[in-house]
Design a protein around this ligand. Structure first.
Ligand code: HEC
Length: 146
């Protein structure tokens, strides 16, 4: 059998490791996004009631009232647990609050949105079971959509 050995500097290896960790976090976040029905409003198509979340990370967001905010990690987190705190310009304040969502699931969702690139919003009708390999993630009930 022929194989390759990849020799890496420790720092480089650490970076590689954490990029893998970010990726699996973001992948679990993708499942949450479907499971919690975020996709119902953030479908990134013409019928979407919420803003397109693709590539918003670290970009300025225009808010209702004329202010602008940077879509950093804190802003994304706040937008999920307390959506009324800052309303995106041109949208109605119809997003339900996800306050009380378990912290690990919130981190997964934030990682997913940070990693979401143009064209990567999952289709609406996709199966939405979370990865079964994660024993810590029982299937929570989706929050009701008003
Ligand atoms: C009932 C529709 C609806 C659902 C369900 C919903 N959202 Fe929203 N969301 C909105 C609307 C409308 C806005 C824009 C108004 C505002 O800022 O609240 C928004 C704003 C956001 C923003 C800020 C976007 C930006 O461009 O600055 C994020 C991040 C977000 N939602 C994430 C989520 C996540 C994650 C979920 C699921 C856990 C979710 N939303 C579920 C309607 C929804």
């Amino acid at each position: 059998m022929i194989g390759w050995i990849v020799a890496q500097e420790p720092a480089e290896y650490q970076r590689w490791l954490s990029s893998q960790a970010d990726r699996s976090l973001a992948l679990r976040g993708r499942q949450r996004f479907l499971q919690y029905q975020c996709i119902a409003c953030h479908s990134a198509d013409a019928a979407a009631k919420g803003p397109n979340l693709e590539a918003i990370f670290n970009k300025p967001v225009a808010l209702e009232g004329g202010r602008t905010v940077l879509a950093d990690e804190n802003y994304i987190r706040e937008s999920i647990v307390n959506p009324r705190a800052k309303i995106v310009a041109g949208f109605e304040p119809i997003m339900p609050t996800f306050q009380g969502m378990p912290e690990d699931e919130l981190l997964e969702l934030v990682a997913f949105i940070k990693a979401l690139r143009p064209g990567e919003t999952p289709p609406r009708n996709e199966e939405s079971t979370p990865p079964q390999s994660d024993p810590k993630s029982p299937i929570p009930k989706p929050y009701p959509i008003p």
